[in-house]
Design a protein around this ligand. Structure first.
Ligand SMILES: O=c1cc[nH]c(=O)[nH]1
Length: 416
């Protein structure tokens, strides 16, 4: 039995102690009695592990070393360059890249990842490699795989059959990309078929939806209507929805009412979409963000995600969710002190809700002892200082532990 004392637990201002036994939380509270080992956290912040609910592990590092391969910096050029590059892909390459990406994310305190996997490939190379990794690594990271038709459900010949195949192989989620189909009608029809397929296979839905600046892009409205009719909103996520940041207010207000009814989830990728969107603008230049704050105030579940690391869509990224959170709350004006104090929800609980892993997630007696410790005393300090993750614990065991950085260097500026 291990006891962590002097903890500052996110969302629980009363409890200071955590008792762990046989890989699970035994009790959370105060004066919890004796333990074989006592670890003093010295008031540091304890959170459930970070969740990255939208990543592309099969693309990760594919653009590394190619400099500005994507010259226009747009989504469409990213898709074209990937399409050219992926012809030489092997399972070994995907495995190697994905492992490097997972390693990066783990080292920043992530333990739950939903990754899209391109199924517009006759050999389903990425899906095969990632299914193996999902099973191999399940004790250290929870991976969820989205069968994602990157080159279009209709636009890529045979994608529908490949998606069926991927779901039969064990993909966890059905994906889509209606704004990349060749017409509005085909985009709508792709959504109908994907929703139908997901319900038939009893899997969740996560659509790349309206990832553009077009205020008339309407696939979010269509997706929401389809899943609302089937009571499938809580199992559905609309990713990106950048165009919803550009629509007119009266339309947005109507849609917010419908999103509330459907309980559809949202994922915003603030750094990647700040990079990809606004490329057709002069000034003012849009920043690619959906209406994050309004959706949260509407009681819709919204999470932030990394999306890409050094691939054809985005040259940067390192799996550090603190970086994503910091950028995201700035872009979304989610910066009132009350908002900052609860902002960690965007990279923890809200992502876990999307992945529907709640039974195994959170600092509660009986759940697996998965948590992280940050080098800060509370949420506000952690976000303001971009605090480092000092330890990541999975099933009661350390995935890693590091010493606090001595970053309080006293500069005696008066003597300079
Ligand atoms: O943002 C992204 C990244 C990869 N693929 C997409 O379609 N969009």
């Amino acid at each position: 039995m291990k006891k962590y004392i002097h903890a500052s637990i996110y969302g629980d201002s009363e409890s200071k102690e955590i008792l762990v036994e046989n890989g699970r939380f035994k009790a959370i509270g105060n004066d919890l009695g004796n333990a074989d080992e006592v670890i003093d956290l010295e008031g540091r912040l304890v959170l459930p592990p970070y969740v990255d609910p939208h990543l592309h592990l099969d693309y990760i590092f594919s653009g590394l070393g190619e400099g500005n391969a994507n010259v226009s910096g747009t989504l469409f050029e990213g898709i074209q360059r990937w399409s050219e590059n992926k012809k030489s892909l092997t399972e070994e390459i995907v495995r190697e890249r994905a492992l490097k990406g997972i390693q990066k994310e783990l080292s920043h305190g992530v333990q739950f990842i939903r990754t899209h996997v391109d199924i517009t490939d006759p050999n389903l190379t990425g899906m095969k490699a990632l299914i193996k990794l999902r099973d191999e690594l399940k004790d250290i990271v929870t991976l969820q795989l989205v069968a994602f038709p990157q080159e279009g459900f209709f636009r890529y010949k045979g994608a529908e059959q490949l998606m069926e195949q991927a779901l039969e192989m064990g993909a966890d989620v059905a994906g889509g990309i209606p704004h990349f189909e060749i017409s509005y009608e085909q985009g709508v029809e792709s959504l109908k078929r994907i929703v139908d397929m997901a319900i038939r296979h009893m899997v969740m839905i996560d659509i790349h939806c309206d990832e553009n600046d077009d205020p008339n892009s309407r696939f979010l409205e269509v997706l929401n209507a389809l899943v609302m009719e089937e009571d499938y909103g809580p199992y559905t996520t609309a990713s990106h929805t950048c165009s919803f940041g550009s629509v007119e207010n009266s339309y947005a207000n109507k849609m917010l009412g419908l999103f509330k009814e459907s309980s559809i989830n949202f994922i915003s990728c603030p750094t990647e979409n700040a990079h990809l969107q606004g490329r057709g603008d002069t000034y003012p230049k849009r920043r690619g963000l959906t209406r994050v704050k309004e959706l949260l105030n509407n009681d819709n579940n919204v999470a932030f995600a990394q999306d890409s690391i050094a691939d054809y869509w985005y040259p940067l990224g390192n799996g550090n969710m603190m970086n994503i959170l910091d950028n995201g709350i700035h872009l979304a004006h989610y910066t009132h002190i009350d908002e900052i104090n609860k902002a960690f929800d965007l990279i923890t609980y809200n992502g876990a809700n999307i992945m529907r892993v709640n039974d195994a997630y959170g600092i509660e007696a009986g759940k697996p002892a998965n948590f992280i410790v940050l080098d800060a005393q509370d949420a506000y300090e952690a976000i303001r200082e971009r605090a480092e993750v000092l330890a990541s614990i999975r099933n009661g065991e350390y995935l890693f532990r590091r010493e606090p950085r001595k970053n309080e260097i006293e500069v005696d500026f008066l003597k300079l």
